[in-house]
Design a protein around this ligand. Sequence first.
Ligand code: ADP
Ligand code: MG
Length: 285
Amino acid sequence: MALPTLRPADEAADGPGQARGPARCVADRVIAIANQKGGVGKTTTAINLGTALAAIGRRVLIIDLDAQGNASTGLGIDRGARGTGTYGLLFGDTSVAEAARATEIPNLWVVPSTADLSGAEVELVSAAGREFRLKSALGEPIAEAYDYVLIDCPPALGLLTLNAMVAADRVLVPLQCEFYALEGLSFLMRTIERVRKGLNPDLDIDGIVLTMFDKRNKLSEMVACDVRQHLGDKVFQTVIPRNVRISEAPSHGKPVLLYDLQCAGSRAYVHLAGEVLRREARAAA
Ligand code: ADP
Ligand code: MG
């Protein structure tokens, strides 16, 4: 495995590999990566934030909750090796330990998506405890096994995404710097608020991460300013640039950090991981 151990310069004082005290309990480390729009960078963020956290010694599980299976493919998991995957977690009695597959990156596992998942949205409608199936599948044992669980949501606010928001402690929203960004965002925020009121009172908005930022495009800059004006410090300082290496990496079945560690996209995701850790340290203080 070619990925060196990373140490982002700006990582929080509680560095990698240190004793994991109670603050390290996974209880507040289940993060749903959600936005009902497709193509905004959810999967890319799940894979590369996950890889950056794994590279600094955190144990990370990605749950691929999208039937397209892009996170599973992007992490190099062959279709034949996926087992029952996320579908098995939701509808079978597969445990996380059985469903998780190791990736090429040490400390990074994925519960892959399979073709069955494409029917899940409909099957969930009549399933018992339909909003809570992922939460019950995750249960207590994962607290021992993983420091972070990142859930890569499908591009819809249906029952699958609802399952993610019920199972999660926080929602991270990738937002593409484009004209309609804020419009979709207010709908997403209202959904999160409804989940908090009805199903998961502990759910927090982790933050909004601006993706595919193009510094040559004035619109990118305007949207970024607008989003920051409306949402203040909910918006991560780190901005993910539009970067061709990021879009090439999945066809090699690799995170961009493994494909080209030095490119601007990789550096941005390492930076984002540092910011996630710093925010946690601040919240815990
Ligand atoms: P989502 O999961 O929200 O549908 P993806 O993460 O799959 O979005 O991204 C959509 C497409 O854009 C993919 O082809 C991906 O490789 C590409 N992409 C994502 N982020 C970037 C970026 N920062 N620069 C260039 N291409 C990107
Ligand atoms: Mg996706």
